[in-house]
Design a protein. Structure first.
Length: 70
């Protein structure tokens, strides 16, 4: 997961990632500098959106398990 995140550091701008929920939960946990086991506490519904970003306080999970009411 760290190798994947390191590769993203070289990309400019926003990146969209599509994957199985287990992978995305693990990615979010590692992104936020949590132990990967914390991923079990990040529920993620089908077709939900998570927004991870660099902020003034470091890496943030800004939005998680969000679904637009379209």
């Amino acid at each position: 997961m760290q190798t994947f995140l390191s590769g993203l550091a070289e990309v400019e701008g926003a990146v969209a990632i599509f994957a199985h929920g287990h992978v995305l939960r693990a990615l979010a946990a590692v992104w936020a500098d949590l132990d990967v086991t914390a991923a079990a506490r990040l529920p993620l519904d089908t077709a939900a959106i998570g927004l991870l970003r660099e902020g003034g306080r470091g890496r943030l999970i800004q939005r998680w398990n969000w679904k637009s009411e379209l």
